[in-house]
Design a protein around this ligand. Structure first.
Ligand code: ADP
Length: 501
């Protein structure tokens, strides 16, 4: 178990280079934790136009011709390295984590990662198919023969089919076991059947046992079918996706794979998310000093929001504006919520109808709400530190990282008990004084409001509130334990791979 592994980690977004959500956080924090343990991890991601090449000192590595659909691209590989030494040990020799960037003017020289204002890019199958082929073929050029190829979500899923069926004679993949992690089953990479041509795959894959899906093709299916093992990011979500609505049409396939379906709860990177060191907040604090110092962060947030600077509980949210995040029940709860003595602050980007909803509420309650409709890490930190509560009433949530960040900042999560929220947030029990937040089960505005009202009662009881904040801040969701579980999963995948080949 202690042997160091060679791991290729493929992801479509990696913090801090490119990020739309929690996948980017995981795609930096997990490889970093593995690298610190001594494993030879290399990340591969697309070289998006928006990546700041001078800030990350991006260097040219090599280029090679890549032939797909009778068309030959010149594939350019670039590289950057991230120092993954823990913050407190930075003075010692750096431990570097290489990130290989797959460049293509045609596919990645765009403002968005997956979409723009007009919607998803129509050539997404082609874009990410190219990324997968290029990342796999790059291994010859960098002379890296991985023990494990770790794939993440639909954008990388086709790689497992390529390894098993297209590059099956290539000796660089002989010992490469594949692990496919489902971070969110809602996004499956479903395209018209024509995408098979874009992916340069034969029509044999247009069949229900492979990629066919209600007359279209589904790339996530490739990851599930062809990978040696699959996992998702919390125990509860792993069982939720095997039945009912959360299987999103793949529940049948996933339950046939249940012996190869594992669950590992995400952590967060406390070098990135730590109120003791966060440069974006008004005062740094820890569990010993929050009672004196967090108030400065609250006043700073109120000032940034143009809200009255008074001692009223602030409910914060940092979220994609998407159905998944429970915005419809917030909409219905809002008139009652605004009757309570609270302020509500939200940072988010996403669907137009929710943007309009927020503008509508801003007009109605300018003294009590503030909304930032952009993607902004600076404002996010201010909300995590300056709020009293963090709201996450998700319809479903594979794991969620925001509630873990808010725990660390002593900002108490109010969550719907689903997926990873159910596994990481335990309701505060006034009798035992155990628990790190508040949660409700039924997905509707009445239970949401009841839960918020109960939370506000505890907020008024300063003795209990202090216990709760301490419980929250002392939770340990660091990546170390989860990284060990991934190593065990990699070994399982390697055993399975050996048995098959
Ligand atoms: P998801 O991946 O479903 O969007 P998570 O809770 O797993 O949700 O991760 C969200 C991550 O993205 C967190 O790190 C959160 O702080 C960040 N985030 C979301 N929206 C924004 C935004 N508008 N500005 C800055 N950070 C954001």
């Amino acid at each position: 178990m202690s042997e160091n592994l060679k791991i290729l980690f493929m992801s479509s977004e990696v913090h801090p280079l490119a990020k739309t959500g929690g996948l980017a956080d995981v795609s930096m924090a997990l490889p970093k934790a593995l690298r610190r343990q001594g494993h030879d991890v290399r990340i591969a991601m697309p070289c998006y136009k928006t990546i700041d090449r001078s800030k990350f000192d991006v260097q040219y590595v090599t280029d090679f011709p890549l032939k797909t659909n009778n068309f030959t691209h010149t594939c350019v590989i670039r590289k950057t390295e991230i120092n993954c030494q823990p913050a407190k040990k930075r003075a010692k020799t750096p431990v570097k984590l290489p990130i290989y960037l797959i460049d293509s003017y045609e596919y990645f020289d765009r403002e968005g990662l997956y979409n723009d204002a007009a919607g998803d890019y129509i050539d997404n199958a082609r874009r990410f198919g190219y990324f997968c082929r290029a990342a796999l073929e790059m291994l010859h050029k960098i002379d890296f023969e991985p023990d494990v190829i770790h794939l993440n979500d639909w954008q990388t899923a086709i790689s497992s089919l390529l390894i098993k069926r297209v590059y099956n004679d290539d000796k660089i993949f002989k010992n490469a076991a594949s692990v496919f992690t489902i971070h969110n089953l809602q996004y499956q990479g479903v395209f018209d059947m024509q995408a098979l041509v874009d992916l340069d795959l034969t029509w044999q894959y247009y069949s229900p046992e492979y990629l066919e899906y209600y007359g279209k093709i589904n790339l996530m299916k490739a990851g599930i079918i062809f990978s040696d093992v699959i996992n998702t990011v919390s125990e509860t979500y792993a069982s939720e996706i095997q039945n009912g609505s959360l299987g999103m049409g793949l529940e049948g396939l996933l339950s046939t794979k249940k012996n190869d379906l594992y669950a590992i709860t995400n952590g967060i990177d406390y070098d990135e998310w730590n109120p003791e060191t966060d440069p974006n907040i008004a005062e740094n604090y820890c569990v010993k000093t929050y009672a004196q110092k967090k108030i400065a962060c609250k006043r700073d947030l109120q000032k940034a929001c143009n809200l009255p600077q008074k001692d009223v509980p602030i409910i914060g949210m940092v979220s994609r504006l998407a159905d998944q995040k429970g915005l419809d029940i917030i909409e219905r709860a809002m008139p009652e919520l605004m009757k309570l003595d609270v302020q509500f602050v939200l940072l988010g980007t996403g669907e137009q109808r929710y943007i309009e909803m927020l503008y509508h509420f801003l007009k109605l309650y300018p003294e009590k709400c503030a909304f930032f409709l952009k993607f902004d890490a600076f404002v996010a930190s201010k909300i995590y530190a300056g709020s009293d509560f963090f709201l996450m009433p998700s319809k479903f949530e594979p794991c969620g990282t925001s509630q873990l960040i808010s725990l660390k900042y002593g900002t108490i999560p109010i969550v719907r008990a689903t997926g990873g929220l159910a596994d990481t947030i335990s309701a505060f029990d006034t009798r035992t004084q155990q628990g790190n937040g508040f949660s409700f089960a039924d997905y509707n505005e009445t239970t949401l409001l009841k839960c918020i009202e109960h939370a506000l009662v505890i907020y008024q009881n300063k003795q209990m509130w202090n216990v709760l904040v301490k419980n929250a801040m002392q939770c340990d969701f660091s990546w170390e334990a989860s990284a060990d579980k991934y190593v065990a999963l990699y070994h399982k995948a390697m055993q399975k791979h050996k048995l098959k080949y």
